[in-house]
Design a protein. Structure first.
Lengths: 334, 180
């Protein structure tokens, strides 16, 4: 036998008995951040490819969602901070080795570039908002400028959208202390998942048939890519060191097996894949709206299960016999 | 950079927990939180069992992943030494450093919310004193000093005794050593 036991109390909140520092707030941010990246990416690509006729929603209206979704995500992230008043400290330094610092600064660039992207299509996408802005002389000038450089702005959006989508995965993968996260494919997986959820959102909201079809096809390709990347993550864990193999157990019979295989893989990937194939091949369109809903659900499930399983994976294995309730009882006699 | 290490003799340690009490007293660590702890590790098959006691804390790693992952520079190496501290005024409580520590040696300060940890009692070290846990240890099994001086007690102990550090395979270069 080999047993390591605490003989003095250790019950540090959020850390013992196993790490649970990040909960739904962070998972929600990772999901909404990825969705924002996808929203900006597709709005830009539809502009670059001149798809105003085929995909009018994505080309002219989708971009407006980006800062809204991102702000919801950042609010969620803010809720997670333990020392909230010091949130400004993200912006008093840049730490080159910290993906979180990169992320904080990427967000600063993403907001203004997203506003330019919105303004470049606001007259055609939202004529009411466009005419409101045009009432101000300066507003009219700015929108004129954005429209003139619409394609250039779209090209500029793409690398920042990709950076936003990929950094959340790199952030987790850079934690050597958490073997479940510690593989290089995670960044790409999160990026592709973010693109897939954004494609699903377009299918859900767009009205034009050609646009729904285009984005259903795009989403199908993305789901295939996501399945390939998930497989790579599993291979890299299964063929890793002892810590990685042990980390993999959490989804191979351990506490997150159901969340991973049923909620994420089956409901979030395989069922929407099947529905989209049926729809594209023209066999069944009756469940057409279910597929994008499941893709969005799967996108969140992926973030939550990866976040949870990663925190459970560890280098240390202590047993504790310390019962926090004993301390409470001591206090009740004060 | 001054290379501070702690050397703890598992053959002399009796697991009394005085180091833990000394730390809580010296650093006013709130109820329910601990910067150090004692582990009893038992291995073997009955009746051939072997037990060692280890007083554990932050390893003040030379390659501290908590420092590299901190987005604000709050986690830092103090005064060009390997002592890892958190500047509460720069800490957002994002908890990246907690996720980055393979030894789970950090904690969230209650009720303030900044991240806290063992400081190797740097406020004592800068006066030439040992950390509180080391000075309090009733069996004298804990030693503290600099590895830069080849004649220091800690250098001599590591030269003459078998020793180990915890999970050096993390690549963090931990600086708390256990004599075995």
């Amino acid at each position: 036998m080999s047993e390591e036991l605490f003989v003095t109390a250790r019950d540090n909140a959020l850390i013992d008995p196993s790490l649970h520092i990040w909960t739904w707030e962070v998972a929600m941010y990772l999901f909404l951040g990825g969705l924002t990246a996808g929203v900006m990416f597709f709005a830009a690509v539809m502009t670059v490819r001149n798809k105003d006729q085929v995909a009018p929603f994505a080309a002219t209206r989708l971009a407006l969602l980006a800062p809204i979704v991102l702000s919801l995500g950042m609010t969620s992230l803010f809720l997670d901070l333990e020392h909230k008043l010091y949130v400004y400290r993200f912006y008093t330094s840049f730490q080159i080795t910290s993906p979180m610092s990169w992320g904080a600064w990427i967000l600063v660039v993403v907001y203004p570039i997203s506003v330019l992207q919105i303004l470049s299509t606001i007259r055609s996408g939202y004529s009411f908002l466009g005419s409101l802005i045009d009432r101000l002389a300066i507003g009219k000038l700015v929108v004129d400028w954005c429209e003139r450089y619409r394609t250039e702005i779209a090209f500029a959006v793409i690398p920042f959208a990709v950076a936003l989508g990929i950094y959340t995965g790199i952030l987790l993968s850079a934690f050597g202390a958490r073997p479940f996260w510690n593989n290089g494919v995670l960044g790409l997986l999160f990026l592709v998942s973010g693109l897939s959820t954004a494609a699903a959102l377009v299918v859900l909201i767009a009205r034009q048939k050609s646009e729904k079809e285009l984005f259903t096809r795009l989403d199908l390709v993305l789901i295939f890519a996501e399945i390939a990347l998930v497989t790579l993550v599993l291979i890299s864990l299964a063929s890793g060191s002892g810590q990685h193999i042990e980390a993999l157990q959490s989804i191979m019979g351990g506490s997150y097996t159901f969340s991973f295989w049923v909620l994420f893989v089956t409901i979030g990937l395989l069922i929407p894949l099947l529905l989209e194939v049926l729809e594209i091949s023209g066999i069944s369109k009756s469940l057409a709206m279910l597929a994008p809903v499941l893709v969005l659900f799967g996108g969140y499930a992926l973030r939550q299960v990866v976040l949870d399983a990663g925190q459970e994976s560890t280098w240390t294995h202590y047993e504790t016999q310390y019962d926090a309730e004993l301390l409470q009882r001591l206090h009740s006699h004060d | 950079m001054t290379h501070f290490v702690m050397v703890i003799d598992t053959r002399t340690c009796i697991g009394c927990g005085d180091c833990v009490v000394a730390c809580k007293t010296e650093n006013n660590v709130p109820d329910g939180l601990n910067r150090d702890w004692v582990v009893e590790a038992t291995s073997g098959t009955y009746p051939d069992l072997k037990t060692e006691f280890r007083s554990e804390r932050c390893n003040h790693c030379s390659n501290a992943t908590c420092v590299t992952m901190c987005p604000t520079g709050a986690s830092h190496h103090w005064n060009d030494t390997n002592i890892v501290l958190v500047d509460a005024d720069k800490c957002t409580g994002c908890k990246a450093c907690i996720a980055a520590c393979p030894y789970d040696a950090r904690l969230v300060m209650h009720p303030d919310g900044y991240i806290d940890k063992c400081t190797f009692c740097h406020h004592r070290v800068e006066k030439g004193l040992d950390p509180a846990c080391v000075s309090t240890c009733p069996t004298g099994c804990m030693h503290f000093g600099s590895l830069d001086d080849p004649h220091s007690e800690v250098s001599q102990l590591l030269k003459t005794r078998d020793h180990k550090a915890l999970k050096p395979e993390t690549g963090n270069y931990p600086n708390v050593y256990y004599l075995i």
